[in-house]
Design a protein around this ligand. Structure first.
Ligand code: ZN
Ligand code: ZN
Length: 500
């Protein structure tokens, strides 16, 4: 499946083009970042370790360094040091680039790429001698994916084009390496460096390891940091940022933090896309007394995202494959989800084409037979007389006590008690949910009608936009069922990035 091309608004496109022109005039490879050992980590090891502190001042900037004995089981802590930029030096073993309330300098717009599609290669002449080629490529892919999960960027491995046509090149090396002006310094000290445009070098004298190993130097963490640099990010002072200048920092830096997300989105914008269906999933936790949690699922084709409403972002590492989380659903996507939740009924259905599936929320698996003896998948017209597929979407409305089935420009209200279409239906979508402003209405062919328990409101979703349906009572403004002005889905539900 092709990744849908994310949209960037015209203003952002203009800014990026301008930056690209500026970047084209700049002499490449002047911006340079590297990773170095920190004394804080050494101090934590205590006297029983064989580490020795060995400050020296022979680095190109005269910055202090620490060296470690060559011992592969020792996690090599480092400090990330910016070089060659005349930056102020902090006390201790690192340079700090502090500015602003967050202590960060913010993104470096002139160093951003002008394109969304970026091609990379782990150079054959620069493979690590410590890990298999497969391991190295897998971790590099994973690191690029982390950044793709929060931006419209598309990273593609390119093993065939001439190296000069690649956007990002990665290589391991030792000492004097790959014609690079900066020498690596053996075990400890500098771990890696990045230069613009798109060069990442890793010191192969370091005991790099790949998750889940907790020994050695975490290659994923180092790659996340260096890729951040080649994408245009400076160091960020937040301890949970992968761009924090300290390795290992006090926070967990295997995932991108909110600071990382905000910084990279200042350069590349936010993701936007369309969805097949959207629905809430209710879980009851017993910790500190029963409490209901409403997370939201977004499904599209064979992918899905779990959106954490309280944190305002999807679960880390989403999207995932539908077959990994939803047992028995038809492949290629569904038309609609329906959760009928009344004092008498608690059933979840999925619809596709002219059929529908009954879903077991505990086993997380479709059910082939219900207690009444009906087998599934079942024809929609058999289970819901008067309704025929394929549907655009469906939603159960507690407020109306009806299931709403949507198809084209029409909506059907279905009464679960009488098991028939409610009198007066079908209605025109515009009549059932009238616009509050002329011509600001989805009109027909919804992608999703979604009742959010978190927002306590019904949303109609179509394309890149959503409309909130007012639940205001009689005499209130806006009145009941009125469709409020449209907004962009990406404004309300952030970072739903389509990553393959
Ligand atoms: Zn750095
Ligand atoms: Zn180098």
């Amino acid at each position: 499946m092709q990744r849908e091309r994310p949209q960037v608004d015209l203003l952002l496109r203009f800014i990026l083009q301008k930056q690209w022109k500026q970047r084209s005039r700049r002499t490449p490879s002047l911006h340079h970042n590297c990773l170095r050992v920190s004394s804080a980590w050494v101090a934590r090891q205590g006297p029983s370790t064989e580490l020795h502190r060995n400050f020296s001042s022979n680095s190109p900037t005269g910055s202090p360094t620490l060296s470690l004995p060559d011992h592969p089981s020792i996690p090599s802590p480092t400090t990330l040091v910016e070089r060659g930029e005349g930056l102020p030096r902090s006390r201790g073993q690192r340079y700090k680039r502090t500015r602003g309330s967050q202590g960060s300098r913010g993104p470096v717009p002139g160093l951003a790429f002008a394109r969304q599609g970026l091609r990379w290669r782990l150079l054959n002449e620069g493979l690590s001698s410590h890990l298999s080629g497969m391991q190295q490529r897998r971790i590099v892919m994973l690191a690029f994916r982390r950044w793709a999960e929060v931006t419209p960027l598309i990273f593609q491995e390119d093993t065939t084009s001439p190296a000069t046509e690649l956007d990002i090149k990665l290589a391991f090396g030792t000492g004097r390496h790959l014609g690079c002006p900066w020498l690596f310094d053996g075990p400890g000290g500098e771990l890696a460096h990045a230069a613009h445009p798109g060069e990442i070098h890793l010191d192969d004298d370091e005991p790099y390891s790949v998750p889940p190993s907790e020994h050695g130097v975490n290659l994923l963490q180092v790659l996340l940091h260096e890729i951040g640099h080649v994408l245009g990010l400076p160091h960020l002072s937040s301890p949970d940022s992968v761009m924090h200048p300290q390795y290992p920092s006090s926070g967990s830096t295997m995932e991108l933090s909110q600071h990382d997300r905000t910084a990279i989105q200042e350069l590349y914008g936010q993701c936007e896309g369309t969805f097949d269906t959207v629905f809430d999933w209710i879980t009851i936790s017993q910790q500190g007394g029963p409490a209901a949690h409403f997370n939201t699922y977004f499904l599209k084709g064979n992918q899905y995202w779990l959106y954490d409403n309280s944190r305002g972002r999807p679960r880390p590492r989403d999207p995932r494959r539908v077959e990994q989380g939803w047992g028995g659903l038809p492949s290629g996507g569904v038309d609609a989800h329906l959760h009928v939740w009344t004092p008498d009924t608690n059933r979840i259905y999925f619809f596709k084409g002219i059929q529908y599936w009954l879903y077991d929320r505990i086993a997380h698996q479709t059910i082939t037979q219900d207690p009444e003896g009906h087998t599934y998948p079942r024809r929609i017209s058999e289970g819901f007389p008067g309704i025929t597929g394929p549907l655009d979407t469906a939603v159960f409305s507690h407020q109306h006590g009806l299931i709403f089935f949507f198809k084209g420009h029409q909506v059907w209200g279905f009464n679960m008690s009488s098991r028939q279409v409610q009198k007066g239906f079908p209605k025109h979508l515009l009549d059932m949910f009238p616009p509050s402003q002329t011509r600001d209405h989805p009109t027909a062919h919804l992608d999703a009608a979604y009742y959010s328990y978190f927002h306590r409101t019904l949303f109609l979703i179509k394309g890149l936009f959503f409309w909130e349906v007012s639940s205001g009572g009689a005499g209130k403004s806006p009145s009941h069922n009125t469709v409020l002005p449209r907004r962009r889905v990406a404004e309300q539900w952030k970072d739903l990035c389509n990553v393959q």
